[in-house]
Design a protein around this ligand. Structure first.
Ligand code: PHE
Ligand code: ZN
Length: 875
């Protein structure tokens, strides 16, 4: 059966109906042959309703036979229609349906279902990949117990893995060149959590003792030669297991936990029950081969996938509209984990910045959608930052509104009540509120109104107006909230917005933090009895980034500098600086430098950079970081990425030149700490990176040489920081540094992806020709999404080349996306979103992007990419 994708077939939440059968158990038999794999599946089917047709899905399967209770089905008893198999009148009693299909994993370039990566076979079933393995309803509310037998050549596939417990493994009696393994997973699970891996893999073993004293075998499987790079991932896993026990009281529930690293993978990693499969770039790492940022990310993704064992696997999603039930919650849990292990304040800043630069952008564009969408064409397009990160923000707001203790009581009830079920986001909110035993009146907000956050797309804006009576000490704050229209949602309603705020003393002394719940379109807060003075007390707003909203600053410049120097909330302090940086960069981008403000900023920076200034290097580096390009584009009347790029280069040059003595002094002070192993030394390295980028921009030859030397050095963090500092500068050190990095790491694909990305992002006059050469490079693997994303993503992040005034960058990107789409629809449709902001550009630029979109629309595209392109054309 083949996949005849019906165009524009929309799946709607309102059409949800329970599946009319249950399938309590499934037995799968995989016979791995030279090229093909034969899959025999036996489903135990129990009708739940009277006389319903049985509908199963299958894509790219060669159906060899189909039997019902051991009897071959007559051609008249079933209908095959594209990817649907229909048995119009199945028995009204429980029965067994056995199908035999043949699949070709080597021809499968989609990286969904069963596919080959290097010499191994591996699976990816979320969201709808199981139908590429065998005939099945393939929907998350059908939960079954799986028993799996795998048979393969012993030499080529010495390792045979699936979910659950290994029951047996051994040679086949008839044929000593082959062996088999049998796996049984005692937990009910949906088909998207099924996994199988067969290959010549090396195992790294460790163990974890749960708090109830059970020993869990932890096994990490990698390609031969990669064993030395596994200890960070393994340690991260043990920390995650301990954290979930300590914080949520949740223990691991099987005797073994397997993780496999795979080079060809569409996403970051996958939480298959007891057999997590990871993109190899999120496993293989140490300080020499990965940056501090990557080490932290690996730790958090390992935690994320592990945490899914409860938030996702034990409690799964009823349907894909509930995706944020598991993803938003699991992101929230991994954010808390990282905050606990490292710095809560800095983690919050990272997450806020990420949200502003990717989720807010999504929310403001043609692919905007609610955390709980109500319709989709291709579910793969909904693995978005809105579902993940905005979803996590909603849970965080619930915690802020309820308070930590009551919130955690709610979480406990959720895990208890829905264990073993396929649940909805409504179930989640209900359990949290009930467990928090908050009665409606003392709650302080209306739960139904809170739930609008799940349904309403777009980022709300809170406008704030302040009036200060200097003689009486009365402060009046007026708030007005609004959410802009988004595709399909012209009208918006007021949301429940938790606002954490404080008033600082005249010299920045911390004040008491308070919660204000905004739930009306307009409301007013009056504070009486403050000490009368000429200036109002400094306002610290949306502390800890208490809601995922935009707000308009009411503070004047003096106040912002005061907050930037003293606010005790790390987020609010950083945000005050961001407001100032934004103003400076936008002014430069529009060709009118704000010299007064630049002078004041230089003054403030002198204070911070002085050795007696800000003493925490990580905090300082964060305060010095410019706002992201996406955030700035959104604030321009006509988004102009090249102008913003030039503005940032110009400002760095100015800072590097004027502050050179202080910057060098800091660099020297940081040097002794640079070689400490992560997480130690990371703040020092981060600050060194910022300083290098400023001094390099100012043409400091000594720093160019230092940067070049770092590319040869022992720290990947510093090597990459050096390359980033040199990248915008047309100098021989840059070329030598790139070459040296290549020479050093050419044998290591995961690291070389970083080189591909840097090369593609280098602003050269012949940039596009260079990108073409990268795509034809002998070490470029077009089947590896990481490599494709490195080059095309690098190009998209190269404003001068991608946004070239003649439109060549756009046309090139469109042509590439069309090619990638033929092999891998998921990677292509994600990449197509690089065009999503086109309506915000100047008319000439819009016309050029429109040509590229028309070029895409005229091509033969997958459902996934077609859906994204159509949205962008409309929006
Ligand atoms: N569910 C995976 C996660 O943890 C992401 C994923 C989705 C991976 C779809 C592969 C395919 O977030
Ligand atoms: Zn996840």
């Amino acid at each position: 059966m083949t996949h005849t994708a019906s165009l524009n077939s929309v799946v709607r939440l309102s059409d949800y109906k329970p599946y009319p059968f249950s399938i309590p158990s499934i037995s799968l038999d995989f016979c791995i042959e030279e090229r093909l794999v034969q899959v025999t599946s036996s489903l135990q089917v129990e009708p739940l309703a009277d006389s319903q047709p049985l509908i199963l899905r299958g894509v790219d399967l060669e159906l060899l036979s189909i039997q019902l209770d051991g009897k071959v089905l007559d051609a008249a008893d079933f209908v095959l229609d594209g990817s649907l198999l229909r048995i119009p009148a199945p028995p009204l009693q429980p029965f067994t349906l056995t199908t035999v299909c043949r699949i070709d994993p080597h021809a499968n370039t989609s990286l969904e279902g069963l596919y080959a990566s290097g010499g191994m076979l591996t699976t990816q079933c979320e969201a709808e990949g199981f139908r590429r393995i065998t005939l099945h309803p393939d929907r998350p509310d059908v939960l079954s117990r799986y028993r799996v037998r795998i048979e393969a050549d012993r030499q080529r596939f010495p390792v045979l893995l699936s979910n659950g417990n290994a029951l047996s493994q051994g040679p086949l009696s008839g044929d000593p060149s082959r062996h088999e393994a049998i796996w049984d997973d005692p937990y009910l699970k949906p088909s998207y959590l099924f996994a199988l891996v067969a290959g010549d893999l090396r195992e790294v073993r460790d163990h974890f003792v749960t708090r109830s004293g059970r020993e869990v075998a932890l096994r990490l499987h990698v390609e031969p030669g990669d064993e030395p790079y596994t200890s960070h991932a393994m340690d991260s896993l043990k920390r995650s297991m301990a954290w979930d026990e300590k914080v949520y009281g949740l223990e691991y529930d099987l005797d073994e936990f397997n993780t496999v690293a795979v080079r060809h993978f569409n996403m970051g990693a996958m939480e298959n029950k007891s057999l997590n499969i990871f993109n190899s770039k999120l496993v293989l790492a140490d300080a020499e081969t990965a940056t501090d940022g990557e080490l932290e990310r690996i730790e958090s993704v390992v935690a994320h996938e592990y945490f899914h064992n409860w938030s996702g696997n034990r409690i799964t999603c009823r349907d894909w509209f509930q995706l944020s039930l598991k993803e938003g919650l699991t992101v929230f849990r991994d954010q808390c984990f990282t905050a606990d292990l490292h710095s809560a304040g800095l983690k919050r800043i990272e997450d806020a910045s990420m949200l502003r630069n990717s989720q807010f952008r999504e929310d403001a564009g043609p692919t905007a959608h609610p955390v709980k969408p109500d319709a989709y064409q291709a579910i793969d397009n909904f693995y978005t930052t809105t579902i993940y990160e905005k979803g996590a923000e909603l849970i965080r707001m619930l915690r802020t509104l309820l308070g930590e203790e009551r919130f955690m009581a709610g979480m406990r009830l959720y895990f208890q009540r829905h264990d073993g079920e396929a649940a909805t986001t409504d179930d989640f909110v209900a359990a949290i509120l009930e467990g928090a035993s908050a009665d409606r009146d003392e709650l302080g907000f209306d739960p139904e109104q809170f739930k609008r956050w799940y349904h309403q797309a777009g980022t709300p804006t809170v406008q704030i107006h302040r009036a200060w009576d200097a003689s009486t000490g009365e402060l009046t704050l007026r708030f007005r909230q609004s959410t802009p229209p988004t595709p399909g949602q012209p009208e918006k309603q007021p949301l429940v917005i938790p606002l954490l705020w404080a008033l600082l003393g005249p010299n920045g002394e911390p004040g008491e933090e308070r919660l204000l719940v905004l739930d009306q379109e307009e409301e007013t807060l009056v504070l009486e009895g403050l000490s009368p003075s000429a200036r109002p007390p400094a306002l610290s707003l949306f502390r800890r980034f208490s809601a995922p909203v935009h707000w308009q600053a009411v503070q004047d410049v003096d106040e912002l500098f005061l907050l930037f120097a003293h606010d005790d909330d790390p987020f609010a302090r950083w945000d005050a600086g961001q407001q100032l940086w934004r103003t400076l960069l936008l002014a430069r981008a529009s060709g009118t430098r704000d010299s007064d403000l630049e002078q004041r900023m230089l003054e403030a920076l002198r204070g911070l950079l002085a050795i007696e200034g800000e003493s925490d290097p990580a905090v300082l580096a964060t305060l010095l970081a410019f706002p992201g390009g996406a955030e700035l584009e959104a604030l321009q009347k006509e988004a102009d990425p090249p102008a913003l790029f030039q503005a940032a280069c110009g400002l760095r040059e100015c800072l590097g030149r004027v502050l050179a003595p202080l910057l060098h002094q800091r660099l020297e002070a940081l040097a002794p700490q640079l070689s400490q192993a992560w997480p130690l030394g990371q703040g020092e390295r981060q600050l060194t990176a910022v300083i290098w980028s400023w001094l390099a921009a100012a043409g400091d030859g000594a720093v160019w040489a230092q940067a070049l030397a770092a590319v040869h050095g022992p720290s990947m963090t510093l090597a990459r920081a050096a390359l980033r500092a040199l990248l915008p500068i047309d100098c021989s050190e840059r070329e030598m540094a790139l070459q040296c990095f290549y020479d050093r790491w050419q044998e290591r694909p995961v690291i070389l992806d970083g080189w591909f990305a840097l090369e593609a992002a280098t602003p050269r006059t012949d940039g596009l020709a260079r990108v073409e050469a990268l795509l034809a490079h002998p070490r470029f693997d077009p089947m590896a999404p990481n490599a494709v994303r490195a080059v095309l993503g690098g190009l998209a992040g190269n404003p001068l080349v991608f946004h070239a005034a003649n439109g060549s960058g756009y046309r090139f990107m469109a042509a590439q996306i069309i090619q990638v789409d033929q092999r891998n629809a998921i990677t292509a449709s994600r990449m197509a979103k690089v065009f999503s902001r086109w309506r915000s550009y100047a008319p000439e630029r819009q016309a050029l992007v429109k040509q590229a979109l028309d070029q895409l629309a005229a091509a033969e595209l997958s459902t996934n990419t077609r859906e994204v392109v159509a949205l962008m054309q409309q929006g």
